[in-house]
Design a protein around this ligand. Structure first.
Ligand code: SAM
Length: 241
């Protein structure tokens, strides 16, 4: 079941299969094998004040784990634009949540956000796009378009699986509040980015090799969980539990 509590197990499995297929076809832009956990979704959204927002945008809807939770927190008169580049993922979420009049699921790249805002600016952009695995061109276009689309007091809430994105965010946003969501597999890094009115910094040098720690921690936690489950099962079989 997704974090929003809607749908049955079969539907949830179908959405996860679509997500996995998208990952296999476009690993660099999907960037994860399974959806974000409900804990990390809540931790990220808690860094903003969504009930006060009137225009909210999501980048990288995936199976809709954020979309459902954002709808729960959103003001009844708010507008919510949700971008997903993979057609199958976009239509699955539109089918499931699209009856909410506040939501518009858009099967287009997030960098085209301006064309859908009708001159309005966003209070929040919530993004789980894997910026560090994207090529530099799309990454810069999406981040630049996000900054342009935000109100002066708006914020971009970003989830990543490493801190490698930070230099790219720091070019455009300040201050940037940081948190860790440890229960996600792998643990997730969360950033709440305010729009700076200062100058945009010079181009960031490409970095390599950073941010492997969360993947290692994630793999270790998964390994530990599987081991515990196996031990529990074998104890059950031998009648010790
Ligand atoms: C790491 S997944 C996150 C999915 C979901 N929000 C979650 O947290 O489980 C990243 C998602 O961003 C989408 N995506 C990647 N590049 C995009 C772009 N330029 N515009 C819109 N969506 C994009 C991918 O197709 C994928 O569904």
């Amino acid at each position: 079941m997704d974090g929003d509590g809607r749908g049955n197990l079969g539907d949830d499995l179908r959405r996860r299969m679509i997500f996995l297929r998208s990952m296999i076809s476009h690993p660099r832009r999907v960037g994860a094998v399974w959806p974000t956990s409900r804990w990390a979704v809540r931790d990220l959204l808690d860094m903003g004040d969504l009930p006060r927002a009137r225009t909210v945008v999501e980048f990288g809807v995936g199976t809709g784990v954020y979309t459902g939770e954002i709808l729960k927190r959103l003001h009844p008169d708010a507008t919510f634009l949700a971008f997903e580049i993979e057609p199958d993922l976009a239509s699955a979420v539109a089918e499931r949540l699209g009856d909410d009049p506040r939501l518009r699921v858009i099967n287009d790249s997030a960098e085209n956000i301006e064309g859908y805002l009708d001159g309005a600016k966003a209070d929040y952009i919530v993004s789980s796009i894997p910026f560090t695995s994207l090529p530099a061109g799309p990454r810069q276009s999406i981040l630049g378009a996000a900054r342009e689309a935000l109100k002066p007091d708006g914020k971009m809430l970003v989830l990543q699986y490493s801190t490698a994105v930070l230099p790219y965010l720091q070019r455009l946003f300040a201050p940037i509040e940081r948190r860790l969501s440890p229960l996600n597999i792998p643990p997730a890094f969360l950033f709440a980015c305010s729009v700076t009115d200062g100058p945009i910094q010079e181009e960031v040098q490409e970095t390599t090799g950073s941010g492997r720690l969360p993947y290692a921690l994630g793999a270790l936690s998964l390994g530990a969980l599987l081991l515990l489950r196996r031990r529990r099962r074998s104890k059950k079989r031998s009648g010790l539990l």
